[in-house]
Design a protein around this ligand. Structure first.
Ligand code: NCD
Length: 313
């Protein structure tokens, strides 16, 4: 399934893999330009008046679902929210039948989160012409809008030249769809100095880490780093026993204020949320002056508005 048509127009947003740099930058630029509307500082727009958008979520979510909802509303769309835990999915109805039924009611935009890799691709393949599917996280494969909002947050803090930056990604990279989308976008934007830091059993397969340094030594990785991308331990996707104890994990891979001093003095810290406070990051760092965590969340609305506009506007 390709997300681009033969003229390079975006039909769905399923992955950042292979998304042309020009398209990626156009989304970042547009999100930057509409940030005030995204954050409710100016009047909402009418770009999507008459369109109906559905958040189709088969996994829990706080930030992603609500920011897509806010984004759709600030573009004037009608919005419905499908929650697998309170719908006929409980009776065994498949994701595809759910989509087809909602399409029959005139819904044209689907924002899909699903525990299986490739779920959004599968739905996009079967959707009618004119229906747009946006992947809001599938298994451990892909979370493109999170990747985009992370790139916007880094670009705002550090400028557009990603080749100049020492980037360190830390934690459960193996199970993280955020890591996969971030790495695809970082490469597209020209980042060359990327270190993946995790215990051996949480490092990803070679196809994911290609071109990156990998290490288990967090203190060594931190030296002079400009951007620290912290990841949650994805215990729901983990076979038992990958992490011996959370205290042990925190001792080796937790970002504390003392550790952060080893990075560049103006280093910035990202985390996609939800945060396990005291495990991958301490309160002091998560809420401190170098943290971009809440800026990421605000940028999430702007990115999602830009994507919805591009696909359905
Ligand atoms: C992420 C996700 O669901 O992949 N959360 C998010 O969308 N902000 C990361 C995570 O769950 O750890």
């Amino acid at each position: 399934m390709t997300q681009l048509d033969s003229d390079g127009r975006l039909l769905h947003l399923l992955t950042l893999e292979g998304l042309p740099r020009q398209t990626l930058c156009r989304i970042l630029d547009r999100a930057g330009a509409i940030r005030d509307t995204a954050l409710g500082r100016t009047q909402k727009r009418d770009t999507l008046v008459g369109r109906t958008v559905c958040t189709l979520f088969f996994e829990p979510s706080t930030r992603t679902r609500s920011s897509f909802q806010i984004a759709a509303q600030r573009l004037g769309a009608d919005l419905i929210n499908f929650d697998a835990s309170t719908s006929s999915a409980r009776k065994g109805e498949t994701a595809l039948d759910t989509l087809r039924n909602l399409e029959a009611m005139g819904v044209r935009g689907f924002i899909v989160r699903h525990p299986e890799d490739g779920a959004a691709q599968m739905l996009a393949r079967h959707a009618h012409e004119g229906t747009a599917v946006i992947n809001a996280g599938d298994g451990r494969a892909s979370h493109p809008t999170q990747g985009l909002l992370d790139m916007l947050s880094i670009r705002q803090a550090k400028g557009p030249d990603f080749s100049m930056r020492k980037i360190v990604m830390v934690g459960d990279i193996k199970h993280s769809r955020v890591a996969r989308s971030d790495l695809q976008a970082l490469r597209t934007l020209g980042a060359t100095d990327i270190t993946l830091c995790a215990p051996d059993n949480l490092l990803p397969e070679p196809a994911v880490s290609a071109g990156c340094r990998t290490t288990g030594d967090f203190d060594a990785a931190l030296q002079g780093a400009d951007v620290l991308m912290m990841l949650r331990l994805q215990r729901e996707r983990m076979e038992e026993g990958l992490v011996t104890s959370l205290e042990d994990y925190h001792r080796h891979y937790g970002l504390t204020a003392a550790r952060l001093k080893q990075a560049a003095p103006d280093a910035v810290v990202l985390h996609p949320g939800p945060i396990n406070r005291g495990v991958e990051i301490t309160d002091e760092v998560a809420d401190g002056p170098q943290s971009l965590v809440l800026r990421q969340v605000g940028n999430g609305v702007a990115i999602r508005m830009a994507v919805l506009e591009m696909l359905l506007g």
